[in-house]
Design a protein around this ligand. Sequence first.
Ligand code: ADP
Ligand code: ADP
Length: 224
Amino acid sequence: TPLLDVADCAVSYGKVSALRGVDLTVGEGEFVAVIGPNGAGKSTLCNTVSGFRDYTGSVRYHGAEVSDQSPRDLVQQGLVHCTESRDLFGYMSVEDNLTLGAYRANTNVDERLAFVYDLFPALAERTGQLARTMSGGEQQMLAIGRALMGDPDLLVLDEPTLGLAPVILDDISEGIEQIQANGVTILLAEQNVTFALRHADRIVLLENGDVVRRGSPEELREDD
Ligand code: ADP
Ligand code: ADP
């Protein structure tokens, strides 16, 4: 069974239908990117998968229906969501922000910290710096780093490139490649198509809450 199995999933906000009958699977170790314009439903999908939205249809993580579990249960089972807003504690240090991400029982915090610092050397250089004094790109690394402190089986990354300079994007790209090489399954929501095509094994194009295209990066490139 796939690690994540979304079947005929619909979500609405009052009269606004944000997802309509979405089907999507993410296998163990796979990297799937959901692309689409602003308002397509990407964040809603990320929030739904992570247990924060009511839905119809089915969303299964490790075979168990997400609506039967709390977001807290899910994160403790390794479903970690790195949100678009990053959710950092601005008046806490890099290291304190990271340590707070160690949600799972029996986490060896020092070992995980070493892993994150190895992945993002920019963080290792400023362990005591307050999060809100860092650049957007460093904050994004910190948000991804904190998600990794949770030892994710499934990492849900919502728009990690948002507002970032190209130089920083390269650092984020390298970090993400190493995360994937470490066997972490990734569901990425992105407006930056180039970034999504570079990393993902499979692409799902969402428009107005509907999946309108799916395929490998090669197949989608041939289209346009
Ligand atoms: P994307 O992440 O692709 O930009 P969203 O999932 O944020 O798309 O939004 C999909 C649709 O749902 C949009 O029409 C958006 O305005 C609406 N929407 C998203 N979140 C909410 C919310 N909390 N309340 C009401 N409408 C929402
Ligand atoms: P995105 O850029 O991914 O569409 P937004 O910036 O629209 O995300 O959403 C930020 C937050 O506001 C999210 O929690 C989202 O659910 C909520 N939101 C988005 N659209 C609306 C809306 N039309 N009404 C109320 N809340 C919304």
